[in-house]
Each structure stands twice: as structure tokens, then as C-alpha cells.
Ligand binder design. Structure first.
Ligand code: GDP
Length: 367
């Protein structure tokens, strides 16, 4: 059943009311040139609208977003990109706000804050999406806070964040913080789009480094033990020493950087300048030894490949012939009449056969 506030019907098409709303909204949207000029002039409202285009799954929005990004490309790449990860409640938002305020107020810097939330691909919206975030930082003109995508298109939330990074850079933000709010794959996703990964942990929350996966520890450049204030300070110091010790067991990073562990407090600002110093030292080192350029090039290559995979998946899933056959084959697999591999091969062959018979249509949706 279609609910009154639903944008898409269950088959993915739009209700009439939503269509009318969209058309009337579109008439009030900026033109392509207004988007590009607005972004380059750091108009925060235009930048926010452009990121909304980037997050949209509608073909015309995507096409406009692609044109805008292309036009902004020459003004990108100048920022320091920092990923911030940690379990919910570790204090990521609070720390970003404290660090952002320090940068804006004490260092005269500009800051943009974005979020990667792979959970919104599944749930259609983040559970943290409504959280009022970083109010005091958001009030500053030198800062831009993009709340968690409230309704990511199916697939590609990480792609949207990458594109949002480029738009923020074009708008002149020199420090981009990407916060992970999802679980599981989010550290990997964020690691693939930043220069520096900061992991927040809490004191005394376990001897096994709070279940942090080995893979995550191998990616981090700095571990900050947060909430090192009041009575918690000695325990935070102990955890810092344990983490520091653990970091020695990992092989040296290819960047030449030796990961560190520090204590910090988003509430008292303890350790905030030290976090910033680490980020700057890492940036200077990796710029000088070529690692930064090399990694960013590799990230772009990887991004392209993952966009191809995602686009192919979308085309496959949208293929009516596949949809017709999929359920029957699923039943056959479950009934043991065919193997999962054979069923998959049948569908893939059906799809590629359809594709090779289809005339090339340049207006087909992009991935
Ligand atoms: P996130 O879920 O990782 O973004 O965590 P939040 O920033 O929302 O913080 C979770 C809770 O921890 C909030 O109640 C914060 O006020 C609290 N918190 C965050 N940083 C600190 C800190 O440095 N010290 C103390 N004592 N509490 C903190």
C-alpha cells in the first residue's frame, strides 16, 4: 500500500502527488551556472542543494550533478581529508565539533563535515539522521555541516560522500572530516576516500581493544582515547598505553607514518591540538614522500571500478527479463533442482544476451 508521505511506490515509480511536488520544486531550483558559481563562491545553501542532487537517484538530478562536478573538478584536491570512526557513543560528533571549533576559531581554518552511512542503504535512512548535530560549529560561516543522508538512493552512499567531498573542496573548505555512522563496512568505505583515519575508542571498555577488528587497526593513523576527563583520565591513560603497545605489533604503514595513540576529551579539549598536529605532520610527510598523490590516484581508480560494478548491478536488477526469471530460479535453487552458481550463470547470460541485442541508448541512467 502507498502511504501518503511515500515518495516512491513499491515498484519504484512515483505517486502523482509526489510528481507534482517535484515539478514545482524543480521550478525553484538554481540553474546549472548558478550551482557552479554558488559553489565556487562558497554559498552554503547552494552547496547543500548541490549535494542533494548528488544524493538523488533521479536521472535528471544525476545528470545535473555530473555536470556540476565536472565543472568544479579543477578546484578540487586541495584539502586535507580526514576520516573519523569509532563505535556509536565514542564521541565522534562531539570530537568533530571540538576539533572543528579549534580549527575555525584558533587556526583560522575552514571545515566541512560529511558522513558515510552505509546503513542508510539498507534502512532507507539513518537512525542518527535526526540528531541535532554540531550546532555551535554549524553556526560559523567557515564551517559546513552536512547531516547524515536521510534517504540515500539504493546503493552508492559512499559514492555520494566522495562526490560531496569534491564539491566541498571546490567551495574552498580546506579540511574535510568524514564521519562514519554506519557499522561493519563503514571503516573500509571511509578509508577509501580519506588521507588520514582517526579511530576513537573509550577507556577501560575491554582488554581486546573493544572488539576492534584487526583490519581496522591496520588502517588507522591515530587512535584517540576519548572522554579522558574527570575520574576517567587515569583509565584513559592506561588504555592509551595498551593501544600504543598494540600498534607496535602491526607492520609499518606503506605511507612511512607510524600510527600513534593519544588521550583526548571533546568536553575539555584535552588533546585536540595534538590531534591536529598529528594530522598536519602526516600530511606533510605523505605529501613529501609521494604517498598522498599515489593514494589519491589509487582511490580514484578504485572509485571508478566500484561505480562500474554498481552500475552493472543496477542494470541487471532493472532488467525485466531478469526479474521475471529470478524468482523461479530462486525456487529451483531452494528446492535443490539447480545449483546457486548455475542459476546465477543462467541469469548473467540472459542479461548479457539482452544487452548485446539492445541498441545503444546514451540516455540510459548512469550508475
Ligand atoms: P558518537 O555517537 O560517537 O557521535 O558520540 P557523541 O558525540 O554523540 O557522544 C556520545 C555521548 O558521549 C554524549 O552524551 C556526549 O556528551 C558524550 N561525550 C562525548 N565526548 C565526550 C568527552 O570527551 N567526555 C565526556 N565525559 N563525555 C563525552
Amino acid at each position: 500500500m502507498i502511504k501518503a508521505n511515500q515518495t516512491e511506490t513499491q515498484d519504484g515509480s512515483e505517486s502523482n502527488a509526489d510528481q507534482r511536488r517535484r515539478v514545482s520544486l524543480r521550478q525553484r531550483l538554481p540553474s546549472y551556472q548558478q550551482y557552479v558559481d554558488g559553489i565556487l563562491k562558497r554559498d552554503r545553501s547552494i552547496l547543500a542543494q548541490a549535494i542533494t542532487l548528488v544524493e538523488s537517484s533521479r536521472r535528471e538530478d544525476r545528470e545535473m550533478a555530473d555536470r556540476i562536478i565536472e565543472s568544479c573538478l579543477a578546484s578540487t584536491g586541495q584539502s586535507i581529508r580526514v576520516g573519523i570512526t569509532g563505535v556509536p557513543g565514542a564521541g565522534k560528533s562531539s570530537l568533530i565539533e571540538a576539533l572543528g571549533r579549534f580549527l575555525v576559531n584558533d587556526c583560522g581554518q575552514t571545515v566541512a563535515v560529511l558522513a558515510v552511512d552505509p546503513t542508510s542503504e539498507i534502512s532507507g535512512g539513518s537512525i542518527l539522521g535526526d540528531k541535532t548535530r554540531m550546532m555551535s560549529l554549524a553556526a560559523s560561516n567557515a564551517a559546513f555541516i552536512r547531516p547524515t543522508p536521510s534517504r540515500g538512493s539504493r546503493g552508492g552512499v559512499a559514492h555520494h560522500t566522495r562526490e560531496a567531498i569534491l564539491l566541498c573542496e571546490a567551495a574552498g573548505y580546506r579540511n574535510i572530516f568524514v564521519e562514519t555512522v554506519g557499522v561493519g563496512q563503514s571503516e573500509v568505505a571511509v578509508h577509501e576516500m580519506v588521507d588520514f583515519l582517526l579511530l576513537l575508542v573509550l577507556a577501560g571498555a575491554g582488554d581486546d581493544l573493544q572488539g576492534i577488528k584487526r583490519g581496522v587497526m591496520e588502517m588507522v593513523d591515530l587512535v584517540a582515547v576519548n572522554k579522558a576527563d574527570g575520574e576517567n583520565l587515569p583509565a584513559a591513560e592506561r588504555t592509551r598505553a595498551e593501544v600504543e603497545n598494540a600498534l607496535h605489533f602491526f607492520p609499518k604503514a606503506s605511507s612511512g607514518w607510524a600510527p600513534r595513540a593519544i588521550v583526548c576529551s571533546a568536553h575539555t579539549s584535552l588533546g585536540i591540538p595534538a590531534i591536529w598536529t598529528s594530522i598536519l605532520e602526516h600530511h606533510a610527510l605523505t605529501k613529501a614522500n609521494g604517498w598522498l598523490d599515489c593514494t589519491r590516484n589509487e582511490q580514484k581508480r578504485h572509485w571508478m571500478h566500484s561505480a562500474i560494478e554498481q552500475g552493472l548491478k543496477q542494470l541487471f536488477n532493472a532488467d525485466p527479463a531478469i526479474r521475471d526469471r529470478l524468482e523461479a530460479l530462486e525456487r529451483e535453487v531452494i528446492a535443490g533442482k539447480t545449483t546457486p552458481l548455475h542459476a546465477a550463470k543462467t541469469l548473467l547470460e540472459m542479461h548479457s544476451l539482452q544487452d548485446s541485442n539492445r541498441p545503444i541508448d546514451p540516455t540510459r541512467p548512469k550508475g
